[in-house]
Design a protein around this ligand. Structure first.
Ligand code: BV8
Ligand code: ZN
Length: 255
């Protein structure tokens, strides 16, 4: 953890009127959730998420795609928020204004106590009809809790029009939810500081968030075990796992 950069953040955090926390898969890595660029385990090592997370994949093999999301949703039941999620939730209480924008589809930010989380790419708990878009209640699902359930699971059918229910996820090639997109990009243009936590910055248009903030004069701090190189004088990189860096940042900046 490069000490000089973490010390730079203290005044940036204390003086900020509006902080955006922008998270990717890395913020959930220490909870045991594989990132997109980690080799996925077991059955899923055979499939590249980029291939599964598309409307074409769901059209081609709905049971394979639904089974993958059910496996991920059930995996969450034995997963806990980690100190990064907890620190982000606590940060909201120490700042005049914090906007939390996540690319993740898990609910670990909410379970750590964060409110009004902006999910740019949807979430695992809001499936909907693939035709009429009616919300589908999973509690009606009798699916077994076992993580060893059969990998391919036929999606349920809509109670209104009997078409297939799909995950409430934004797949590659699909537009982001209009309201989430607008809220996130407005916040990026308004904030003084972005903490960009655990993202490879590959996926568009989410990856524009830090750039928009820099263009509007904000500072950006990347928190990632991998160095994030930048030429911009207001862009910093703190190398380290989010579960260690964020609690350290919180305690040093506010205690
Ligand atoms: C769209 C739900 C408009 C799925 C996801 C411009 C150029 C090229 C391509 C495009 C472009 N614009 C659009 C595209 C296409 C595409 C895209 O960006 N492709 C990429 C691959 C280049 N974008 C889209 O399709 C988007 N839609 O643009 O619509 C449109 C619409 C119609 C017609 C025309 C245009 C929709 C994208 C949404 C895809 N859905 N998620 C699911 O979860 O199953 S994206 C998915 O991948 C995740 O949500 C996440 O956003 C992304 C993975 O990124 P990260 O979160 O960064 O995760 P990653 O594994 O990459 O990195 C983890 C990082 O954590 C690493 O840096 C690692 O070092 C770090 N880390 C590890 N451990 C820790 C850690 N950090 C901290 N602490 C640790 N302990
Ligand atoms: Zn329907």
């Amino acid at each position: 953890m490069n000490k000089e950069n973490i010390a730079v953040c203290f005044p940036l955090l204390r003086q900020a009127a509006h902080v955006v926390v922008f998270t990717g898969a890395g913020v959930s890595a220490e909870s045991g959730i594989p990132t997109f660029r980690d080799a996925l385990t077991g059955f899923w090592a055979l499939h590249d998420p980029m291939d599964l997370a598309t409307p074409e994949a769901f059209d081609r093999d709905p049971a394979l795609v639904w089974g993958w999301y059910e496996w991920r949703r059930r995996q969450l039941r034995i997963t806990q928020p980690n100190p990064a999620h907890t620190a982000i939730a606590a940060l909201a209480g120490r700042l005049p204004r914090l906007t939390l924008i996540t690319q993740n589809v898990d609910d670990l930010h909410e379970r750590a106590g964060s409110r009004d989380v902006i999910h740019l790419h949807g979430d695992l708990h809001s499936p909907r009809c693939s035709v009429c878009a009616a919300a589908h209640s999973l509690c009606a699902e009798s699916g077994t809790d076992s993580l060893e359930a059969d990998r391919k699971i036929s999606p349920p059918r809509c109670l209104h029009c009997n078409n297939l229910v799909r995950p409430g996820i934004v797949w590659f090639g699909e537009s982001l939810p209009e309201r989430a997109f607008q809220q996130a990009f407005d916040a990026a243009g308004d904030c003084d500081l972005v903490l960009s936590v655990g993202t490879s910055g590959v996926v568009q248009p989410a990856a524009l968030i830090p750039e928009i903030a820099l263009q509007h004069g904000a500072n950006v701090v990347h928190i990632n075990p991998q160095p994030v190189r930048s030429q911009h004088p207001q862009e910093y990189s703190i190398q380290g796992p989010a579960g260690e860096v964020l609690p350290r940042l919180m305690s040093a900046a506010f205690c």
